[in-house]
Design a protein around this ligand. Structure first.
Ligand code: IPM
Ligand code: MG
Length: 369
C-alpha cells in the first residue's frame, strides 16, 4: 500500500487560522467517508511564527515544508507587525517558502460561480461564465532580483533600487506550465509583458514565441502589453483562457481578475515547483485573499477559497481529480442553495458563519456521496 499522503498546514495569521479549521473538517470528512487519510502536521508562518520564534518562518518549519507532499497555507500579515524589519515581516515567510521550495508556477484561477455572477462589480453579462487561469511566475523578477537597495547618498538624497531579472530557462519553464494547462482547457494563451519598454519583456516575448513554435504551435498564442491587459480584463474578460506573466504583473493582474468574480473570498491558488525523478512536484496551496485583520476573530470569514485550495491540492498533488470535482460541486450546490457568508451575502439568502459554511459543505458532500 502506498504511504499516507503528507500535508503540512500553516494557518498563518488573521482569518487564515479560522478558514483552515474548515479545511481540517474536510480532511476529517475524507478520512471517514473516502478512506483517504493524510498525515497532517502543523506549523507557523508569518506573524505567528515571528511572535513564537522571532522569524517569519523557522528552519524547522521550512524543513517540514520541503519534505511533505503538499503545504496548505492560510494567510499572513497584519498591522501588528507593521513595524517589524522587512526581512522578518510576515510576507517574508511566504516569500521564503516560495523561493526555497522553488515554486515557480503560481496558478490563480478566476472563476465566476453562477450563483454569484451578480456580485461582480462589472455587468453580469460581462462576467457570467468567466473561467480563466493566470499562471504567474513566482520565484524571479523584481521580487528577488539583486541589487535591492534602500540607501542615503553622500549628498543626503535617498535612493532605492529594485532589480527585474529574468533568464530564458525561468521564462521557459513557467510558459511550459501555461501551455500544458491550456491544452487541457481552451487551448489559448495570452503572454503578458511590457516588451515596448523593458528588456525583460523583450526576452519574455522571444522565449515564449520560440517555445510556442518548437513545441506548442497547436495553441492559439497572443502577446499583450501589461497595461493593455489590465484594460482588457475589465473590458472583455471572457476573451482570456490562460494568461502567463511575470511575478509583478501577475501580482497586480491577478488581484484585478479576482475582483471580477465578485469575491476575493472565493479564489484558491496553487504554487508548483519542478517535478523530481518520481514526478512529484513540491507544492503549496493558499487562498488568494489575505489575513483580513479587520474581521479576524469574528468568525465570519469565508472559508471557501481555502476549501477550494484544498481541492486544487487533491487535483494537482494527489491526482484525485474526482474528489476535487466533488468538492467544487459541493461549493456550487451550497451557493446555489442560498447559503452565504457575509462577504458574498445577497438579499433573501441565509447568512452563515465560517463554521456554518464549513458544515454546509460537509453536509452537501454527504448528499453527493
Ligand atoms: C500575493 C501577495 C504577496 C505577493 C504578498 C503578501 C507578498 O500579494 O500572493 O499576491 O506580493 O506576492
Ligand atoms: Mg498580491
Amino acid at each position: 500500500m502506498a504511504a499516507n499522503k503528507k500535508l503540512l498546514i500553516l494557518p498563518g495569521d488573521g482569518i487564515g487560522v479560522e478558514v483552515m479549521i474548515e479545511v481540517r473538517r474536510l480532511i476529517d470528512w475524507m478520512a471517514k467517508n473516502r478512506s483517504v487519510s493524510f498525515d497532517v502536521d502543523e506549523g507557523l508562518v508569518g506573524g505567528a511564527a515571528y511572535d513564537a520564534h522571532g522569524v517569519a518562518l523557522s528552519d524547522g518549519d521550512l524543513d517540514k515544508a520541503m519534505s511533505v507532499d503538499a503545504v496548505l497555507l492560510g494567510a499572513v500579515g497584519g498591522p501588528k507587525w507593521d513595524n517589524v524589519a522587512r526581512e522578518h515581516r510576515p510576507e517574508a515567510g511566504l516569500l521564503k517558502l516560495r523561493k526555497e521550495m522553488d515554486l515557480y508556477a503560481n496558478l490563480r484561477p478566476a472563476i465566476v460561480f453562477d450563483a454569484l455572477a451578480e456580485a461582480s462589480s462589472l455587468k453580469t453579462e460581462l462576467v457570467r461564465g468567466l473561467d480563466m487561469l493566470i499562471v504567474r511566475e513566482l520565484t524571479g523578477g523584481v521580487y528577488f532580483g539583486e541589487p535591492k537597495i534602500n540607501e542615503t547618498l553622500a549628498d543626503g538624497t535617498r535612493r532605492a533600487i529594485d532589480t527585474q531579472i529574468y533568464t530564458s530557462p525561468e521564462i521557459e519553464r513557467v510558459t511550459r506550465v501555461a501551455f500544458e494547462l491550456a491544452r487541457k482547457r481552451g487551448n489559448k494563451v495570452h503572454s503578458v509583458e511590457k516588451a515596448n519598454v523593458m528588456e525583460t519583456g523583450v526576452l519574455w516575448r522571444s522565449v515564449v514565441s520560440d517555445l510556442h513554435a518548437a513545441e506548442y504551435s497547436d495553441i492559439e498564442l497572443h502577446h499583450m502589453y501589461a497595461d493593455n491587459c489590465a484594460m482588457q480584463l475589465v473590458r472583455t474578460p471572457k476573451q482570456f483562457d490562460v494568461m502567463v506573466t511575470d511575478n509583478l504583473f501577475g501580482d497586480v493582474l491577478s488581484d484585478c481578475a479576482a475582483m471580477l468574480t465578485g469575491s476575493l473570498g472565493m479564489l484558491p491558488s496553487a504554487s508548483l515547483g519542478g517535478a523530481d525523478e518520481s514526478g512529484r512536484r513540491k507544492a503549496l496551496y493558499e487562498p488568494v485573499h489575505g489575513s483580513a485583520p479587520d474581521i479576524a476573530g469574528d468568525g465570519i470569514a469565508n472559508p471557501l477559497a481555502c476549501i477550494l485550495s484544498f481541492a486544487m491540492c487533491l487535483r494537482y498533488s494527489f491526482d484525485m481529480g474526482d474528489d476535487a470535482d466533488m468538492i467544487e460541486k459541493a461549493v456550487q450546490n451550497v451557493l446555489g442553495g442560498g447559503i452565504r457568508t457575509s462577504d458574498i451575502m445577497q438579499d433573501g439568502m441565509a447568512r452563515v458563519s465560517t463554521t456554518g459554511m464549513g458544515e454546509a459543505i460537509t453536509m452537501e458532500l454527504d448528499k453527493l456521496t
